[in-house]
Design a protein around this ligand. Structure first.
Ligand code: GDP
Length: 326
């Protein structure tokens, strides 16, 4: 988002991040020296800190990407997910309403809000049926944004974004986990080393994956309409984890027609000759699974003039290429 705003607008970016003893700013290292980029300490779960920051900075826009974003960890940290993903939104809306009501507000919503879906593709009218503490917190935030918009006339929106990936994706998410492992296994085989197969959970879950860079533009468009409205952003295409695995290995030289899925259930393996590339580890199964997500972003395409530029195959290749290079 910061890259997009620096390249396409004149805004000064005040980027808030939680204070850490050992900094983890790998994804923003290239921005630190930019005079239009100011990094401040901000903990969105601290109401006073949020209020003071908005009061001091008087932002024209407030974009909240500070949620806990890993669904898998939300069962072990449910309270933290409610505080960071829902209560934090309330603190932000309240502070904006009290001290900078002209500020345009975006909160990152998620297709996980649709959860155990009734129909596909899911549009903005699909009921919220979350399947995880993460999803429940995002639904709560969604209602808060709508209530503050309708009660106080704030320009506040929550985009419902289907899965978005890229070269900066966290390594515990399935796409990046796959592309990192493909790079590792490729190098280890080239170096004639023994290698450990990639371990995954549910291979048959289906997701609507896009390139995060495409969504950034959609978010900025959502923030700059005449009146505030929530939109879905998605590729409108769905692929399984299994397909992602096949395409990622295929691009690295393990041709799909020379590889084979063998066995079933927790014994299933993806083999290349005698080499096991992928095996199942049940620890990556979730207590409750969202089996499929497929978005319908027609209103965003028609009303905002937005459309994604990178398709599924290009996204897989971009991520594998980057991890092999690294
Ligand atoms: P999510 O859609 O926001 O939960 O994104 P993830 O990338 O974490 O997970 C996408 C899907 O991949 C879910 O249905 C997971 O159950 C499935 N999956 C299968 N194996 C794994 C794994 O090893 N790690 C993760 N994170 N997800 C996995």
């Amino acid at each position: 988002m910061a890259d997009y705003l620096l390249n396409n607008t004149d805004h000064l970016i005040v980027a808030g991040a939680r204070r850490l003893s050992v900094k983890n700013h790998k994804n923003i290292e290239h921005l630190i020296e930019n005079p239009r980029f100011k990094l401040i300490d901000l903990d969105v779960a601290d109401q006073l800190n949020v209020y003071d920051t908005i009061h001091k900075e008087q932002p024209d826009y407030f974009i909240n990407f500070a949620a806990n974003s890993f669904v898998g960890s939300s069962w072990t940290m449910p309270v933290n997910h409610m505080e960071t993903n829902a209560m934090a939104v309330l603190y932000q809306l309240e502070a904006i309403n009290k001290c900078q009501p002209k500020c345009r507000y975006y909160n990152a919503g998620s297709s996980e809000q649709f959860g155990n879906v009734n129909y596909a593709p899911q549009d903005i009218g699909h009921p919220f049926k979350p399947r995880s503490p993460y999803g429940a917190a995002k639904c709560s935030a969604h209602h808060l944004v709508k209530v503050w918009r309708e009660s106080f006339g704030l320009y506040a929106v929550q985009g419902i974004l289907f899965n978005h990936e890229g070269v900066r994706r966290g390594e515990e998410f399935v796409t990046r986990k796959i592309t990192k492992a493909v790079a590792r296994i490729t190098n280890e085989i080239l170096d004639l080393k023994d290698f450990k197969p990639l371990e995954l959970g549910n291979l048959d879950a289906k997701r609507d994956w896009s390139d995060a860079e495409d969504f950034i533009e959609g978010i900025w468009l959502m923030l700059n309409q005449e009146s505030p409205k929530d939109y879905v952003l998605s590729s409108n295409e769905m692929h399984s984890i299994r397909e992602f695995v096949e395409e990622a290995f295929n691009f690295a030289g393990f041709a799909t027609d020379q590889c084979e899925w063998k066995g079933c259930g927790i014994y299933e393996k993806y083999m290349h000759g005698d080499n096991t590339l992928v095996q199942i580890n049940p620890k990556f199964y979730r207590p409750a699974e969202v089996e499929l997500l497929l978005g319908d972003s027609t209103p965003a395409r028609e009303e905002l003039g937005w459309k994604p530029k990178t398709n599924f195959l290009e996204l897989v290749r971009k991520m594998v290429r980057n991890d092999i290079k690294q």
